[in-house]
Design a protein around this ligand. Sequence first.
Ligand code: G3H
Ligand code: 13P
Ligand code: ZN
Length: 324
Amino acid sequence: MRAPYHEIGVVNTKEGFRKAMEGGYAVPAYNFNNMEQLQAIIVGCAESRSPVILQVSKGAREYANQTLLRYMAMGAVRMACEMGANIPITLHLDHGDSFELCKSCIASGFSSVMIDGSHLAYEENIKLTKQVVDYANPFDVSVEGELGVLAGIEDDVSAEKSHYTDPKQVQEFVGRTGVHSLAISIGTSHGAYKFKLKPGETVPPLRFDILKDVEKKLPGFPIVLHGASSVLQKYVAMINEYGGKLEGAAGVPEEQLREAARSAVCKINIDTDGRMVVTAVIRKIFVENPKEFDPRKYMGPARKELIELVKHKNTNVLGSAGRY
Ligand code: G3H
Ligand code: 13P
Ligand code: ZN
């Protein structure tokens, strides 16, 4: 069955994950909600010759309008081509919370969907994930599932505490659902406050022991890391300097993400870091140029800084730069 995504020019994640696994890097999955974010992701990835997963959450779909999003993604693929970049681009649903949402995204041209049943009881998670996989397979759309719970907000799915993934469950979960990649919980969480640190404390290491156990149970299977922003202190400081209030924000150190990317982790999700760059630049401009009211004069510089962030992540953190 010819899937709607062929018309958009995007690809599923299967070949990209195989190459990432072989090459010891991870494919970046950046969230976008508007034109400037999308432009920055595409330019950053085209210029650094990195594959990319364009991620759309349920909230982003509601914010930007699903029809507009479809054509924005189509335009993004065309733009990358015109830049001479032959990079694979995936259009992916982030944290899909229902079968209907996944189905609707597949119909509108997504080449990959996540069904997040991590908050459900184990058997319910299996049932829902399998339902999405069975629907997606004839279209050759890739499906990401999740086992284990990340603390923080995942659209409508919120959790106070994280529950690490139990490596004993992963083989059965993948076998019974037929899912194509698996998000696991090893100590990351969503948003800008990933760790509550007391003065003098440093960020605790991710649970690489769990990741290793998962890899042993699922050799060669693509693993996904959510909540992987580093909450770069340069931008936290800039936001606070120009009137913001983000005290104590902390993320996953970049060296730990680089280490994860060398393993079976084939997809690393980044949203918060991009949001912070945009906020920091705009805050600075508003304080320094209170008379400015042309959105291009503050969205433009924010986009420029975001391009640099994307290139930095691809080159120094995920290792995905220069692969195409
Ligand atoms: O994991 C959540 C992503 O950062 C998307 O966030 O639901 O606010 O669009 P959002
Ligand atoms: P961050 O909040 O750490 O950027 O995580 C994003 C994410 O996991 C999107 O699914
Ligand atoms: Zn996530």
